[in-house]
Design a protein. Sequence first.
Length: 680
Amino acid sequence: MQFYSESLTSYLRLPTKEVKVGELLLGNNHPIRVQTMTTTDTMDTMATVEQSIRCIEAGAELVRITAPSKKEAENLLHIKNELSRRGYKTPLVADIHFTPNAAEIAARIVEKVRVNPGNYVDKKKFELIEYTDADYAEEIERIRERFTPLVKISKEYGTAMRIGTNHGSLSDRIMSRYGDSPMGMVESAMEFLRIARCENYHNIVLSMKSSNPLVMVQAYRLLVKTMFDEFGEAYPLHLGVTEAGDGEDGRIKSAIGIGTLLEDGLGDTIRVSLTEDPELEIPVCKDIVKRYQGRSTKYEVRSTKFTTESQASDLQLSYSPFEYKRRETFSVDNIGGHHVPVVIADLSKLQSISPKDLQSIGYTYNEATDKWTISDSAADYVFTGHLVLNFALPGTLKVIVYPATWLMVEDKTKYFPIFDDSGYAKSEVKSNINFVMIDCDISNTDCSFLDDFTNDPSAVLCLSSQNALPFHSVRRMFTELMNKENKSPVIIIVDSNWQTPDEHLIHFATEAGALLLDGMGDGVCFGMTAEAYKKQESSIKNSSGRNYSQNLSVEQFINITAFSILQATRTRISKTEYISCPSCGRTLFDLQKTTAKIRAVTNHLKGVKIAIMGCIVNGPGEMADADFGYVGSGPGKITLYKGKEVVKRNVPSEIAVEELVNLLKESEVWVERSEVVFQS
Ligand code: SF4
């Protein structure tokens, strides 16, 4: 295997070893399994059973339960028996951190155990110790001694195992040699995998989770490459973005990370970690997975330099799938070059556009003062089709229209044309910014037409595809552009024809997010097909049962989604980032309520990363690169962190949010709420 995927030009799942979890088979092309984790106290048998049943009824094919110590591991037997008595045979997974003794008990009871190689044997001290080769080898031997008994028990009882690395909890040993990197995550799992293979134990699934989808995607790709390089085969992959948060942000982060890998054909089971009730994770998992059910493997995006046939020997990728580098472009006005990706709002489905309509894309007009207020997530351009606005535009907002309309518009400093590729070549009159639509159709193997745009300083290319593999088609076009050394900025256009708000979110996040993670794209424009738009007008507005994005217009929903995708791919930061754990049996406070409370007072702190973690055992390690941490450290007690450093210990929970705000103020990241106001 030269890269990490069976095919970069068609949808082909990576063949992995078959793993048996109770009666459930995963890997080896079995359906992608969906799973979740309970949030109840494991010692509360009935509460855990009831919640497990809600998850199973929602469609969970595996249910994970935390087992922090021997007593919880032992109680798994009561939970399993009660579930069985009620007719539920869904395999259970014990979640282990720090306690090999608990793992060894659980492996005799449940169908699968999850170990975290970062803390199964090691106690993390957040110290960077220098390890000689001899020290390192000695530590590996220590791991072998502690881990081998669990492997032997699992083998004897037919228990499966997940070796689950988390970006935030790498051991000091790994950190000292590989740093806080995707390669460190891979090596952390490989150390354990090699020991298991020595015992001829193969009932193993692997995961590489991070709260940052970019790190997570790179780690999984590197893991697959490393397994093939070393063993010539791969074990099944459990995909997930950890501490993804709640609402649309949690769904978007998860869909970007999981969706990017599923598009590459990687992934055998998924979990979407939301700070919500666990049964609410399952519909999101199902929405992600159903995109691949029945997907034809016969379609192939062809290209002279990007083909399956040539992949084994001479596939030429002009970017690295293992490290982030933004595609080099020149700038056309504020698009491309060093500019953050722009957001183009599609308002072309509106019959008419008034100042009030711009509120949905971040511009609020006050008639009394004749002033505009512009939010941090205000679109940069609007596409209006044939409509010309009969009012003065706010701030730097610009309008994209069809060429015939553009020719008639007087103010050519604010209006710009969008051509199709042949129309652009033929047009005699052009603007200083010309948007050029390119349909990246699979049948289009001849890309010589791209030569027309190479080094055209006014062309902004708009790539889209309506075929069966839109992501693969657009990625292939980016590769063609790079191979031709074309440096024109590119807008990623994604249309959705799905039905529900979550399906649209997932579609936009997967199709655009997967490209942005590989450094492709200088802007996004999302829309819905006419049929989907009509349906969503009512469904988004009346989205009862959802705890986020209610009562939004389609345009507002899409605008929020676009900015959230750019934030999750860390290509454009427009708001506060929350890293909140999904909670589990270790959680020491109501995570959902507390997250909402913290969000309410800090959601104007653009670019600040705040972690909200349920326990001090795993929280500090798992909160990865958060700037501030709010961590449960005992019943009614919160410990506040600045980076990895404890700054306020055991604060009473009643005043902890206030103390967090004080900490933000002391750290000079606090700003009062304000908005940019422009005279119209
Ligand atoms: S950080 Fe949250 S999910 Fe992780 S172990 Fe602690 S309470 Fe459970």
